[in-house]
Ligand binder design. Structure first.
Ligand SMILES: Cc1cc2nc3c(=O)[nH]c(=O)nc-3n(C[C@H](O)[C@H](O)[C@H](O)COP(=O)(O)OP(=O)(O)OC[C@H]3O[C@@H](n4cnc5c(N)ncnc54)[C@H](O)[C@@H]3O)c2cc1C
Length: 258
């Protein structure tokens, strides 16, 4: 039963971003395929019980190792276990990647506004790595003149996880712009970049990048509050429901839900 639904996998590397944020590299023993923007389901077995959760895949479909950007939820069931695993530890991975949070190449809108909080950058890393790899080979599946614009929010500058990589790609690829923004700058004296929450910056960057409902698909990924607020702001600015895609990572406990 387990082998039918899951591939065996192994943790091959872990990069610590902060005490609570980790990049995991997982080698799957099986033919695993995914599209940029999809998620995988990782599972750990404890005392005969399987605990599994969804994680957006950061790696591009061209890479042989799957990469995930995971935040530890202190009282969570899976993340403390997952992040305590040593290199080489066995894991399970559901055999099929899932999700429709893929780049919209069909609507005719050629601009893509990618909004995210902390680990919510994961699917965008996969888009950008895939397109960058394609562009280096001189082609790829991206028809026409598409452009990607990303605003990535975190409380502090150390939490971005992929800032260096995304800034390097943005410096070389004219089709990609990346703005990390910190919401608690008073706790981060070293930060000299953009400040404010992602949802509070949407209107500013719509203006700066000249993004309009007719030419832009918007994507919201990560914290439910940012996703909810962001959708409201975009819809009030004229975006149709179907021109805004979202991926919500968790439901807030009932007493804090909006
Ligand atoms: C499609 C999809 C993709 C996802 N991709 C990622 C990803 O790339 N990286 C990632 O870290 N997580 C991702 N998640 C969230 C992930 O699936 C788990 O929910 C998360 O890791 C917590 O698991 P847990 O078992 O440790 O906590 P649980 O035991 O499931 O949660 C305990 C409580 O914590 C709350 N909670 C869960 N996550 C958070 C959080 N991040 N911050 C604050 N409170 C939280 C829940 O509301 C719950 O009440 C994704 C979720 C979905 C649906």
């Amino acid at each position: 039963m387990t082998r039918e639904k899951y591939f065996p996998a192994r943790l091959v590397n872990r990069r610590e971003v902060t005490r609570d944020l980790f990049v995991l590299h997982v080698k799957v023993e099986g033919q695993y395929t995914h599209l940029a923007g999809q998620y995988a389901t990782l599972a750990v077995e404890v005392a005969g019980r399987r605990i599994e959760r969804a994680y957006s895949i950061c790696s591009s479909p061209y890479e042989s190792v799957l990469e995930f950007f995971v935040e530890r939820v202190p009282d969570g069931q899976l993340t403390p276990l997952l992040l305590a695993k040593d290199q080489g530890a066995p894991l399970l991975l559901r055999r099929f990647a899932k999700g429709r949070f893929t780049l919209d190449l069909r609507s005719g809108r050629r601009k893509h506004l990618l909004l995210c909080t902390v680990t919510g950058v994961a699917p965008y890393v996969s888009y950008v790595r895939t397109l960058y790899e394609d562009s280096k080979k001189g082609g790829g599946p991206m028809p026409g003149d598409h452009r990607l614009y990303c605003v990535h929010g975190a409380s502090h500058g150390v939490e971005f996880g992929y800032r260096e990589e995304l800034e390097q790609i943005a410096a070389k690829a004219p089709w990609f712009s990346y703005v990390p923004t910190v919401s608690r700058p008073w706790e981060d004296q070293a930060w000299g970049g953009e400040i404010g929450r992602v949802d509070d910056l949407i209107r500013k960057y719509l203006h700066v990048w000249e993004l309009h409902p007719g030419d832009t698909t918007a994507y919201l990924c990560g914290h439910p509050q940012m996703v909810g607020n962001g959708r409201g702001i975009l819809e009030r600015a004229g975006w149709k429901r179907e021109a805004v895609q979202d991926e919500v990572y968790f439901q807030p406990p009932a007493d804090t839900a909006q």
